[in-house]
Design a protein around this ligand. Structure first.
Ligand code: MG
Length: 407
């Protein structure tokens, strides 16, 4: 049902891939599949042409079964891997020349998860899926090889595995039995995540650190895939080398960017053209939301900056007002007692005057003509001046009533 299919696979990955026979082998038995939202690598094994057949039957059957499922889900991917196993197995029993053939298969797809999407990956054998998130390169798949199991069980060190005589022995492969155990992993995806699918021809020559460094240096997936293959050849090229690099677009990317998939040049005979013919409506909506989200993030930064500046200006203003509001004194009334206040009569904005000193002199101890000024607040430049003012009123009153000035 195409309608169901349209519901999912909303993130468009930028894909680039490259493959090379290497410097030792005469035939390239690796196969890659770039069929958004599905990406896979199969590393075939078997005499004569059997390895190539196994790998190509596997990726074709995987793609067919996965797209036939209608709705891309993690379960559909695992089922498709089992269908691929069945197809290779059937082909090998049908033709005695192909007897015993098998292949590795590593595949990843963006699949539906509730209302969102996630990464699903399957693995059988020793091809790998890596994820570079930020600065960390992580192998998301586990190798089904004798040395990997020996390392896991602590029998040998990881460094020894590289040179172990049985390093090519697989403990699990696709197509050698009617049934196969499929490893399925699911992961969240984040903007800027990068994924690398590869056959062992890459990682046996190029260390994880070198893979990570190459990815950091080369943002373009086609460039990165091509350079990784070249690097593996420079370091020995003892096996076929196949690499698919996938970029999850960064969140700030424009919604209208439609030339994401860039074919790997010459190194690749069938460059990755992993573009969905027409992005569905939901995809466009999703992109628009992403673009809006990044725009609003920029706006948010500006708004925050504006408020910071505003707060500084307001703070300076408030300090000036506070200074003005608090820098003088006045004599006013508190009940009927003459009191020295700090501040401005009536206050300035939220800076209310505070009591600095009570005088003990009451309104009935001053001349009546001063009461209006006292009620309004008689401003003085300092505490000293305010004290002198009260003293003056008191003396005036004493003089008037007793006829003798106070000392
Ligand atoms: Mg190989």
């Amino acid at each position: 049902m195409p309608g169901i299919e349209k519901m999912h696979s909303v993130t468009r990955l930028h894909a680039g891939s490259a493959t090379d026979v290497g410097l030792v082998r005469t035939v390239n038995q690796d196969q890659r599949l770039v069929a958004p939202p599905l990406y896979a690598i199969a590393d075939g094994m078997g005499g004569h042409a059997a390895g190539e057949v196994a790998a190509s039957v596997a990726v074709r059957a995987l793609e067919e079964a996965f797209s036939a499922a209608g709705s891309p889900t993690a379960q559909a991917l695992a089922d498709a891997a089992r269908a691929a196993n069945q197809a290779v197995w059937e082909a090998s029993v049908a033709d005695h020349k192909l007897r015993g053939m098998g292949t590795t298969l590593v595949a990843m797809a963006l699949v539906a998860k509730d209302s969102t999407e996630e990464l699903a990956a399957i693995n059988i054998g020793d091809s790998r899926l890596y994820r570079l998130r930020g600065d960390d390169l992580e192998q998301l798949t586990a190798d089904h090889s004798l040395v990997a199991e020996m390392v896991a069980e602590g029998q040998i060190l990881e460094e020894e595995a590289e040179f172990h005589p049985h390093r090519n022995v697989l403990t699990r492969a696709l197509g050698v039995d009617p049934d196969v155990e499929v490893d399925l992993v699911t992961e969240t995806i984040e903007p800027g995540d990068r994924f690398v699918l590869c056959s062992d021809g890459l990682y046996r020559e190029v260390s994880d650190e070198q893979i990570a460094a190459m990815l950091r240096r080369l943002a373009d997936p086609a460039d990165a895939a091509r350079e990784l293959v070249t690097e593996a050849k420079l370091r020995g090229g003892n096996d076929n080398i196949t690499v698919i690099v996938l970029n999850v677009p960064p969140v700030a990317e424009s919604a209208s960017s439609s030339t994401e998939e860039k074919a790997a040049p010459e190194a690749t005979e069938e460059a990755a053209t992993g573009t969905e013919a027409a992005p569905n409506k939901r995809s466009r909506r999703w992109w628009r939301r992403r673009a809006q989200a990044s725009r609003s993030r920029i706006i948010t930064v500006r708004v925050v900056a504006f408020f910071v500046v505003l707060l500084i200006v307001l703070g300076a203003g408030a300090a000036a007002i506070a200074w003005y509001g608090r820098s003088s004194y006045f004599v006013g009334l508190r009940g009927n007692e003459l009191t020295i206040f700090q501040g401005r009569p009536g206050g300035v904005l939220w800076f209310q005057p505070t009591v600095k000193q009570r005088s003990g002199v009451t309104t009935d101890q001053v001349e009546a003509q001063h009461l209006a000024a006292l009620r309004a607040g008689q401003t003085e430049s300092s505490m000293q001046a305010a004290r002198q003012y009260i003293s003056r009123l008191r003396n005036e009153y004493l003089q008037a009533t007793l006829g003798t000035p106070s000392t």
